[in-house]
Design a protein. Sequence first.
Length: 177
Amino acid sequence: MEIIFKKITSTANIPLEIKDLYHSAFPENERREWAELCLRINAEEPVFNFYVLQHNSEPIGFITLWNLPGVLYCEHFAINSRLRGKGLGTDVMKELLAMAADRALVLEVELPEESDIAASRVKFYERCGMTAMDDFPYWQPPYRAGQPEVPLMLMTSRPLPDPTGFVMILHTIVYNQ
């Protein structure tokens, strides 16, 4: 299946169903405020990219990517729930791994013991070639003041030479910590 990554450089070009998917696919403590996300998109930051995923000219999901030193970091990735299980997510992951090229592709996932859905998600990423860094404790910084850190797990397409150094870069650039 052909998946098109349509880069969004203006929030005026985001279909309404993508905004709804952003809010429904991620709990509040695992996503930015929509207004903050819009500021990043409209600023056209060179390290941040927002893509609407299209199949047969229809929006099927979205992905946010950060070009970090030596790493392609996937902050958010979601396929419309009515289209899941049809191989679209696998096709997106194949494209992401190709985009990462000689860099590691890294993403955060909920801990598999949190729910059956979280465990299923980890297995999906493993089938796509990602490896869980389950021996490396990780917490996502809060997106909003007053919220706690979120215990998550990193997954990567290739070993990170310095996971602690990567987390410092991630927290500084992506989370402004």
